[in-house]
Design a protein. Structure first.
Length: 55
């Protein structure tokens, strides 16, 4: 369980670091960045399962 938490936090930090490189004119708000940062562990398996089922 500890490894999962480490991977999750690393992903959040990586997404937040990448988000600092987004220009202001691209109109990506902080809410979108936070949803991406904290929602990817839930959304990724769901999308992978849907892709697997639709094969």
């Amino acid at each position: 369980m500890r490894e999962v938490l480490i991977v999750y936090l690393f992903g959040v930090i990586l997404l937040l670091a990448v988000s600092t490189m987004i220009n202001g004119e691209e109109e990506i708000g902080l809410d979108h960045i936070l949803i991406a940062g904290f929602g990817w562990p839930i959304l990724t398996p769901i999308l992978a399962l849907r892709a697997w089922i639709s094969r």
